[in-house]
Design a protein around this ligand. Structure first.
Ligand code: ADP
Length: 529
């Protein structure tokens, strides 16, 4: 059966009651219906679920959906059951089921009643499940939250890495669909390679959320007071405040309550009943604010969250994007306010110190991007979209003026000569260095790595001494965002020239550099040594 033979609009109306497809949905669905390996990158709320649910309902056999969280699976199954009178149409197969329930699910699959089977990756590794699934008709396999496959993603899960081998055992020619809401170009590449679907048809929606306003403020010891003031200025609006630790969540929730703000805490340390009560209170608007750890938010679809505050800066741009993305889902106002102090970065670095070296390197590289984002003075939207591999015109793009940096621009100055020196230095050191060594070379600061390459004997060594490390680090970051340089991810962030950078070196042009933010309270020199 091909998509030409089916009227997809009719099916959409019949099963979901919608009369229009959203964004790229129709193209994605056609690709799946026609048995192509397919890869979908769509921001949260983009309508990814329907992309595989509709084909599953139409196609012969059962679609397997791999999903990382039992709670999420349950929501999805309930939602699907809501649209169909046939109760067996969607099932979950995971460790929460007892023997009788498992038997019932398997019977429904065998009888062709089950169209969607949600499984946790762990359940797929069980021999008896693999054996069973081999014996029934599978329409395709969808992998939700596919970024969990990549170590470069923000939520790596080792059990996701074996999926390819398992799929092969279930059936060699089963089409594979990967879906995710965040994927840098590197993560995308990882996913496709790991799933063995480099031929996949890829559909990528824009990550731009033009209605979100991005703002970063320095975090001082008065941060709680700053938050209270912000909430009082936004009285009657609902919002989420993210903190790193459970303890901070409890403390801040109390502080807010004492100050007359209706707020509840939410973290994984609370018992399930309290958690679900607090979540419901927030959804039903019995409280304005939920103070939470990152445990809160997955699968929560409250359209009118008006602000997301980060009391502590997140550990990656992906996390920041996901968490701020919970604001303004309805297209209305969404204020994203983060408090930043370099001390918090050091704390996050410390958390990683016990981990395997590769994991630490990745964690460190992701954190450095967060530092660059917090300290940059270029358009925050441009920075975020650049991070996800998307071009954005900071003058004419949608939502161009929706951030603190654009609304209150910092002074700019001509930095043509400095950019030339920076790019020359990258080239002269054979494009072998990460930002730290490039900057050290410019200011003439030696270390073991620099000595080992004899860079301290190079004529360019120390040529940028009239400026400090912080200046060069800021210029380097701006050169990255502007596309003169790029960071090579395979080598954990070695800085390389791009074509644009080469062109600039051949005939240098004007480059207006923006002064970076200086965070006086917890200032640092921008160099982690
Ligand atoms: P994602 O998984 O990408 O975060 P969801 O699949 O949860 O997004 O969809 C987000 C919301 O959009 C849901 O409430 C869903 O019912 C709605 N939705 C999906 N497709 C359509 C459509 N074609 N028309 C209207 N609403 C849709």
């Amino acid at each position: 059966m091909t998509s030409q033979e089916i009227n997809l609009h009719e099916q959409l109306k019949k099963y979901f009651g919608f009369s229009q497809f959203k964004g790229l949905q129709e193209e994605v669905i056609k690709s799946i219906v026609n048995d192509h390996n397919t890869f979908v990158v769509m921001p949260t709320g983009g309508g990814k679920s329907l992309c595989y649910q509709l084909p599953a309902l139409i196609k012969e056999g059962t679609a397997i959906v791999v999903s990382p969280l039992i709670a999420l699976m349950k929501n999805q199954v309930d939602a699907i059951r809501g649209i169909s009178s046939e109760n067996g149409i969607a099932h979950v197969l995971n460790s929460s089921l007892n023997k009788t329930e498992v038997k019932q699910v398997k019977e429904d699959i065998t009888n062709g009643v089950t169209k969607l089977l949600y499984v946790a990756p762990e359940s797929l590794t069980k021999e008896e499940n693999v054996e069973f699934l081999r014996s029934v008709k599978i329409s395709f396999l969808a992998i939700d939250e596919a970024h969990c496959i990549s170590e470069w993603g923000h939520d790596f899960r080792p059990e996701y890495r074996n999926l390819r081998t398992i799929v092969k055992r279930i059936g060699d020619d089963i089409p594979i669909i990967g879906l995710t809401a965040t994927a840098t170009p590197k993560v995308q590449e990882d996913i496709l390679k790991n799933l063995g679907i480099t031929d996949a048809r890829t559909f990528k929606a824009s990550f731009n959320r033009p209605n979100l306003y991005y703002e970063i403020r320095p975090k001082t010891k008065n941060v709680d007071a700053d938050i209270i003031r912000f909430i009082k200025q936004n009285q009657g609006k609902t919002g989420i405040i993210y903190c790193l630790s459970r303890k901070r969540v409890e403390e801040l929730a109390q502080t807010l309550q004492v100050n007359g703000i209706s707020a509840v805490p939410y973290h994984a340390g609370l018992d399930a009943k309290t958690r679900s009560r607090h979540q419901d209170m927030f959804l039903m608007e019995d409280v304005d604010v939920v103070v939470a750890t990152i445990a809160f938010g997955m699968g929560i679809d409250k359209p009118d969250v008006r602000f997301v505050i980060h009391h502590d800066i997140p550990k990656s741009i992906e996390s920041y994007y996901q968490e701020t993305g919970r604001a303004g889902r309805d297209g209305g106002e969404g204020h994203c306010l983060a408090f930043y102090s370099y001390k918090d970065i050091e704390k996050l670095e410390k958390f990683m110190s016990g981990k395997p070296v590769a994991e630490q390197e990745i964690g460190h590289a992701l954190l450095q991007e967060v530092v660059a984002f917090a300290e940059t003075s270029v358009s925050r939207r441009k920075f975020i979209l650049h991070y996800f591999g998307e071009e954005f015109d900071e003058k004419t793009g949608e939502g161009a003026d929706m951030d603190d940096n654009v609304r209150n621009p910092k002074k700019k100055h001509e930095a043509k000569d400095e950019l030339e020196l920076l790019l020359k230095t990258v080239k002269a050191t054979n494009q072998l260095y990460k930002s730290k060594e490039v900057v050290n070379t410019l200011v003439g600061k030696s270390n073991a790595v620099i000595k080992s390459h004899k860079t301290d004997e190079n004529a360019l060594f120390g040529k940028g001494q009239d400026k400090d490390s912080k200046y060069w680090m800021a210029l380097l970051r701006q050169a990255l965002v502007a596309g003169y340089l790029r960071k090579d991810i395979e080598t954990y962030g070695v800085v390389k020239l791009t074509k644009k950078g080469e062109k600039f070196l051949n005939s240098p042009d004007s480059f207006m550099m923006t002064e970076d933010h200086t965070y006086e309270v917890d200032s640092h020199d921008g160099i982690v040594s």
